[in-house]
Design a protein around this ligand. Structure first.
Ligand SMILES: *Cc1c(COP(=O)(O)O)cnc(C)c1O
Length: 429
């Protein structure tokens, strides 16, 4: 390979961030199941604690297994650095902790993972971080929501629950004009299908629990710094990045760490002080999952398209919302942002309404009826009787979880078997 040769995505998915263990020569990344790391001497310890040298201190702040995962996701997203944490929700909490002071606002798309809507409406409000909702399908609604207190904009690349594709570039333009970072939750798309930094995002977050880990066995979260946001242009607005840090001898993070200052801030202030560290064992499972990410996302998207086409032609189905289908409201945006495929997660409506939804999830055999997405296995849920049960009918419908709605996360089994399972279950609806 020449010096200029840039490895492709599938190569980075297997190699980025990792090298054979220097001591044991282990080829797979070892699980460094240790809380702490021995200092060379007192000076070494002092330089680590003072952020003058990089190295391992204590697994709440960093761990060599987790560091491989961080290097890998930073390479796959095209960011400058990353931080691995205990869950997708922990990633979101640490991002906003670095950006917001009590009384500040951020604008979020209304079309989000249900757990994020709860986190923003309740837990974040109790910290004085105020969410202002906008419509992912209308970039102008973000612009109208900007105030002097706005500190960030938050969207999903493929939005829950219908898998619609968000116009990242249009909303990035609003963020740029407002002088605030755009945060993109890239969980449902993964960097294999959508690369938010190429469209103007500044920070990417993931629930690694879903397609990155990919096997339904570990909870984890990731924060990726795009290195694009100029904190120094907004000194008053982002004091965590631009004011001297009393706990680190007065250093100013963006001056010392430049285009990866945000990744440092969420680690040395957020993770250190709030504590949601990722277990190295989970990091190992997520690293292993990412090695096959390109193959799995291709197969997920191919199977989901076949299932969506099958459902669109079924006489018990009233509508199918899948960005991969020509004619879908998101189809054009899918071709721009996700030309390799529209992912695995989408919704459809049953003519028989609530009872038909309950019957369908009871009759499937290959599909698992549960509240997750991004497993190798095909998953199904009827939101109106489960995740959205407590909402009124109007609230259910505006959240895309009306009585007739079923959500699928199409797995990577044989597509004929997935369709046959829906066929036999729909026959009993
Ligand atoms: C699951 C999920 C989250 C939350 O992640 P956890 O790992 O469950 O904390 C956030 N965003 C999206 C889009 C998700 O699917």
């Amino acid at each position: 390979m020449t010096a200029e040769h840039v490895p492709g995505f599938a190569t980075l998915a297997i190699h980025a961030g990792a090298e054979p263990d220097p001591t044991t020569k282990a080829r797979a990344t070892p699980i460094y199941q240790t809380t702490s790391f021995v200092f060379d001497d007192v000076d070494h310890a002092a330089s680590l604690f003072g952020l003058q040298a990089f190295g391992n201190i204590y697994t709440r702040i960093g761990n060599p297994t987790n560091a491989v995962l961080e290097g890998r996701i930073a390479a796959l997203e095209g960011g400058t650095a990353a931080l691995a944490v205990a869950s997708g929700h922990a990633a979101q909490a640490l991002v906003f902790h670095a950006l917001l002071q009590p009384g500040d606002e951020f604008i979020a798309a209304r079309q989000l993972y249900g757990g994020s809507i709860n986190q923003f409406n309740h837990a974040f409000k109790s910290f004085g971080w105020n969410v202002v909702w906008a419509d992912a399908a209308d970039p102008g609604s973000f612009e109208r929501a900007v105030t002097a207190k706005t500190k960030a904009i938050f969207i999903e690349s493929f939005a829950n629950p219908g898998g619609s594709v968000t116009d990242i570039a249009a909303i990035a333009a609003v963020a740029k004009k407002a002088g605030v970072p755009l945060i993109v939750d890239n969980t449902l798309a993964t960097p294999y299908l959508v690369r938010p930094f190429e469209h103007g995002a500044d920070i990417v977050v993931h629930s690694a629990t879903k397609f990155l880990g990919g096997h339904g066995n570990s909870i984890g979260g990731l924060i990726v710094d795009g290195g694009t946001f100029d904190w120094s242009a907004h000194k008053e607005r982002f004091p965590v990045l631009t004011a001297p840090r009393p706990e680190y001898q007065g250093i100013v993070l963006h001056e010392t760490f430049g285009n990866f200052a945000f990744a440092i801030a969420v680690r040395v202030l957020g993770l250190r002080d709030l504590g949601p560290a990722l277990s190295p064992f989970n990091a190992f499972l997520i690293i292993t999952g990412i090695e096959t990410l390109p193959l799995r996302m291709q197969r997920h998207s191919e199977n989901a398209l076949a299932v969506a086409e099958y459902l669109a032609g079924h006489d018990k189905v009233s509508w199918v919302s899948y960005a991969g289908l020509p004619g879908d409201a998101s189809h054009e945006r899918a071709q721009k942002y996700a030309p390799k495929g529209a992912g695995a997660v989408f919704t459809f409506g049953l003519k028989g309404g609530y009872d038909a939804g309950v019957a369908l999830v009871s009759k499937v055999k290959l599909f698992s009826h549960l509240a997750n997405v991004g497993d190798t296995r095909s998953l199904i849920i009827h939101p109106a009787s489960t995740t959205h049960r407590q909402l009124s009918d109007t609230q259910k419908s505006s959240a895309g979880a009306g009585p007739e709605v079923v959500r699928l996360s199409v797995g990577i089994e044989e597509k004929a078997d997935i369709i046959a399972d829906l066929e036999q279950a729909l026959a009993q609806v």
